[in-house]
Write a protein that binds this ligand. Structure first.
Ligand code: C5P
Length: 217
């Protein structure tokens, strides 16, 4: 049987992580959050005093970044430098540079290759280019969206800090300039505005199980 690959794409704060982790648990698949890989690369570059515009140095770092799946947790999740990533990747310092680090096609090519390797035996993978670039052959592709207000509100609750609306909008603008977000043609759009996490998961599970049932093995 071919590996089940679920692609979850969408902008920051659309509810991707909660949904992708929930789906992975239900489907008994690893959960791969590709944003963490771009964030970890950014943090490493900043720590090593590598200029976020230095493509060659970033490419080298992207190749050597220690990334694997922690198979001891449910669902299996990304481990970076041997540990599960935490709040060190959501600091304003990292978020202020991640769009620039992610803008270089050569850097992306290295991480995309590594993401494909991680999904080799099946995965629920979340990001912005999963259905279109990383896993164009995915079993099912979901494009999550939500209104700008709802997305900023979710991030504020998630991070427990004051209004994140401006920071989120700035990152969206920067991402849109350097790495325009285009959903795959065959992605199913799911607007999560007004939906609880449980309702979103239920809708997505219905979409995924229908697709899996309809696919020849
Ligand atoms: O998903 P998250 O908001 O954690 O992603 C952090 C940043 O990583 C994004 O703002 C974007 O610059 C970059 N990213 C990307 N491609 C992905 C995932 C994330 O360029 N597949």
């Amino acid at each position: 049987m071919t590996a089940v690959l679920v692609a979850i794409d969408g902008p920051a704060g659309s509810g991707k992580s909660t949904l992708a982790r929930g789906l992975a648990r239900w489907l008994d698949l690893p959960y791969v959050n590709t944003g963490l890989m771009y964030r970890a690369l950014t943090r490493r570059a900043l720590d090593d005093h590598v200029d976020p515009g230095d493509v060659e140095a970033l490419e080298r770092l992207a190749r050597t970044l220690d990334v694997d799946l922690d198979m001891t947790v449910e669902p299996p999740e990304l481990r970076i430098e041997g540990v599960r990533p935490g709040q060190e990747l959501t600091t304003p310092r990292v978020e202020g540079s991640v769009s620039l680090v992610s803008s270089h096609p050569r850097v992306r090519a290295v991480l995309v290759e590594r993401q494909r390797d991680l999904a080799g035996d099946g995965a629920v993978m979340e990001g912005r280019d999963i259905g279109r670039v990383v896993l164009p052959q995915a079993t099912v592709k979901i494009y999550l969206d939500a209104t700008q207000d709802e997305r900023a509100g979710r991030r504020t609750v998630e991070r427990g800090v004051g209004s994140m609306a401006e920071a989120l909008a700035a990152r969206d603008r920067q991402d849109a300039k350097t790495n325009p977000f285009v959903p795959a043609d065959d992605a199913i759009r799911l607007d999560t505005s007004g939906l609880t996490a449980e309702e979103t998961l239920a809708e997505a599970l219905a979409i995924v199980t229908e697709r899996i049932a309809g696919k020849p093995s």
